[in-house]
Design a protein around this ligand. Sequence first.
Ligand SMILES: [Zn+2]
Length: 342
Amino acid sequence: MLYIDAKFVGSISYKLRNFKKKADYYWNFSCPICGDSKKNPLKARGFVFKNQQRLVYKCHNCGFSSNIGNLIKYLDPMLYNEYILERYKENTSKHNDHVNITSVLPELLNEHSTKLSQDLVTAGAKSVALLPEDHPAVQYVSKRLIPKDRWKDIYFAPKFKEFVNNLKFQYSKTDNDTPRLIIPFFDKDDKCIAFQGRAFGNEVPKYVTIKLDETQEKIYGLDRMDHNKQIYVTEGPIDSMFIPNAIAVAGAGFDTKFINAIKDNATLIMDNEPRSKEICKFIEKLIDQEYSICLWPETIVEKDINEMVMTGKSISQILETINNNTFSGMQAKLKFTTWKKC
Ligand SMILES: [Zn+2]
């Protein structure tokens, strides 16, 4: 981890006045927190140094001290995302030197073995958990910080149309076939009822959802859902992977037969997108129908849960925000009048 910290000190140095490397793992510059100082621009009382296997920052003028991550986050949030990602990668690669298979194999063989849908594999897809680390699909899920225990439920199809046709006839032409990430939807009996294919490039549409069982609604996560607990309902399957007991409607809209049936213990979480007239109308309708709905506070700038995770928010922070901003009935109506900007 130390070398990653050191590398990012270099990357952030463009923001630091009087930046100087003084020794190994020892840097000095003008403190960006206090300005250090207005009167004498040559003052440099901020120091980065080694503390165990991490780098820390301390200013001898204002007394500010933190780990290097917080300093990077303060100076350049975009760079901070990269920093988090590299540390995450390092962390995961440390625990399995060859391929990811070592860490997930016991799980694959035990409780989830039924879910490793043989149909999907036969049709030409591979579980991301079984792919080598430098595979684009693995790079994608690790970049999005998708929890590792969910990788086995995400697949990769090198030729999407061909893969779909192997499961059910859909494409009469399979030319210009491209790879897609496959997110299967299982029902409570672990049967694959649908799947979403996500493009890696600029292919349109970005998401394709294919139903395998026409009699069932396209709800993601039914295989993991516990009816007796609070159920969080997100729009996208990936967002739901970060939250306990969460399912996703995957473009089907929230007002469906299934969601209606679990209304009493469901929290609807829409993306934090611009408040268009259309969306406001839709939310108002859900409130009228007595759904509990999360109205993201203005302090949240990220567009969805995954983005919140990627900007460094913890799951408990996100859950707290959701729980503190979920309303229903009269309270929701009141809150909504001040919340809506359209
Ligand atoms: Zn300072």
